[in-house]
Design a protein around this ligand. Sequence first.
Ligand SMILES: Cc1cc2nc3c(=O)[nH]c(=O)nc-3n(C[C@H](O)[C@H](O)[C@H](O)COP(=O)(O)OP(=O)(O)OC[C@H]3O[C@@H](n4cnc5c(N)ncnc54)[C@H](O)[C@@H]3O)c2cc1C
Length: 405
Amino acid sequence: MQHEYDVAIIGAGMVGASLACALAPGNLKIAIVEPVKLSSDIQPSYDDRGIALSLSSKRILESLGVWQQVEPFATPIKKIHVTEQGRFGSTHIDTSGSEYNELGFVVIARSLGQALHNRLSELNNVSLICPAELRHFQQNNSGMFLELAVAESLQGINTKLLVGADGNNSLVRRLAGLKTDQYDFNQTAIVANITTQKDNSATAYERFTPHGPIALLPIGRNRSVLVFTVSRDNSECYLSMSDEQFIEKVESEFGRRLGKINQLGTRKSYPIIFIEAIKQYQQSLVLLGNAAHTIHPNAAQGFNLGLRDVAGLAECIFTGINRGLDLDDLSILESYIKLRGLDQQHVMQFTTGLARSFYNQFPLLSDVRHFALVLLDVFPVVKDSFMEKAMGVSGLQPGLVRGHV
Ligand SMILES: Cc1cc2nc3c(=O)[nH]c(=O)nc-3n(C[C@H](O)[C@H](O)[C@H](O)COP(=O)(O)OP(=O)(O)OC[C@H]3O[C@@H](n4cnc5c(N)ncnc54)[C@H](O)[C@@H]3O)c2cc1C
């Protein structure tokens, strides 16, 4: 039996699930296909990582009807404290003197996933097909024909628009033949929850070291998510250390700003790679989230960027429908890239530049870097502009980011 949909989203990770919620008010018939159940321990999008959400993400999630469920589990970030190993001084960013109450929020990915999927289950026009996975697709006169593996059998669905939100190893991208720029940072992020002796006072810490950044994101008064980035060659050594040895290593590199680390949760590792789809769309098909751009997690921007793309794509689809266009009209996707391309480029360049500059110990570069941090600390105008960029509210942004529902 074949089913007809307006939009089929491949991947119900953070980005795909958000898009389904964003498109649902448009009365479209939406399918969302996901191989791994939300409750599964191997769900790749919704694990125990702490995700820092920017102000733009909070606004978008509010309008999707998801924030209300996320809020009880979200820890506000009131301050950001940046240091560089081997350099004196630090840079502080906070909301004092600005119109904002907080710089962002931290939420455990699993809680975010639960909130998104609860919202999906309330939407009558969204069908979650899970466990199921995409096998093939083929363009036809009215859009796309998809072949899905559902349980032991194959099922076909027709859709006017196919969205590949299937992560960095996107099958949609590969089947469509969309080329990428890719490289490996040769770094691994080791993530674990920790309990510290001192209260973190809602502060997010970032310390740049030659082997990559160390970040601590607050998830409670004495609890933080540690993101410890190391060179890939040494990652096995850090992962196989005893808890005591690992804690000692972190304390010696991060310092005792939060006192002793009393407890360390399970360590999980993530290889850090960069992927940019050179072209993100073709007739009846568009890539979104990590499938379109996978970036270094040093500035905690990946999902925040993906969510602004979700808001942008939904806005362009609704505008297109209001103008009487069909969903497979290429001008909808062209207007989406026009709206979102610049923000995507800025975030990709910023995160990659940051990773390369701190990884590089060339003395002149080290001085420039230090000067940039000092500049940020001393001049309020530079700091405010940096803060708005990090919050995802600067420049041309979709209506949902600007608070228009
Ligand atoms: C260590 C680390 C820390 C991070 N911290 C932050 C942070 O603080 N803030 C932030 O904004 N971002 C952060 N990010 C980035 C963020 O995790 C990603 O941007 C986000 O997960 C991308 O979501 P996605 O839905 O595009 O992809 P994914 O999360 O990879 O989800 C893809 C989904 O597609 C499904 N799928 C795959 N293949 C198929 C198929 N053939 N058919 C159907 N479904 C399929 C998968 O099962 C999965 O559910 C971090 C990343 C890392 C590695």
